[in-house]
Design a protein around this ligand. Sequence first.
Ligand code: BDR
Ligand code: CA
Length: 314
Amino acid sequence: MTHPRKIIIDTDPGQDDAVAILLALASPDELDVLGITAVAGNVPLPLTQKNARIICELAGKPQTKVFAGCDAPIKRKLVTAEHVHGKTGLDGPQMADPVMPLQDQHAVDFIIDTLRHEAPHTVTLCPLGPLTNIAVAFQRAPDIITRVQQIVLMGGAYFEVGNITPAAEFNIYVDPEAAEIVFKSGVPLVVMPLDVTHKALTNRARVEAFRALGTEPGRMVAEWTDFFERFDMAKYGSEGAPLHDPCVIAYLLRPDLFAGRHINVEIETTSDLTLGMTVADWWGVTDRKANALFMGSVDTEGFFTLLTERIGRL
Ligand code: BDR
Ligand code: CA
């Protein structure tokens, strides 16, 4: 019997983060969620940590440990995305405040302690928001860096370029210094950029399939998507909304659904114009060392089949 893979989900929920967390909590045979660490991003930290607990309760897993982490990027003012996710970060359906507790420990300390305590190369980090918590943990405890099994993250873009600026994707843009630390860390990285997540697109049939599950989590996923797809439909003229963050968890469950290239990716931290850009050497035009498996495509049908089936288990 193989043991479930140990993961820490670092997140700024966000409706698409919420779907990612539900997917992970619905998959206990494959994934052991050691903790969920909240970071400031889509909305400020008091909301992201609260939203993380709302989602755990919705999944029927109130015993999940949720930690609050950094409330601002390493050296910049926080940029948020209420224009996409609404004032609460989880706008759409009405949801009650959570009753499960927030852990006392700071998320960064939890990440450090967990990596020191678990056997080397047995814990995978899954960042779904700005990389502040992970980078601060690496800065404070460099000894943990070589103990990480893998980092599978949502962030960046190459062909799709930017969503928060013409050049940068939101998660990397919010804390480019943190992203630089992570991308230079030497930890094996799997990156889900907008190039992939803009292919993980909902449409009416896919949203209705969530609703048709007839469960509370199914209904919530449908209502969240109904809410935040208005933004992408207006902006891109697309049929629905990209489910960015669930790509990270789907990769852990079904890596065969994704394809990409092992390439060098550097983060722009100085230019005003292209701050937070992921400079991805997709065409191999430099001799810079590969540091990331940078994904380019996803089997969209396979992705939604997996997602719907798993959400249906909750
Ligand atoms: C990323 O930014 C956030 O708004 C989403 O939750 C996702 O993690 C997409 O750029
Ligand atoms: Ca996110």
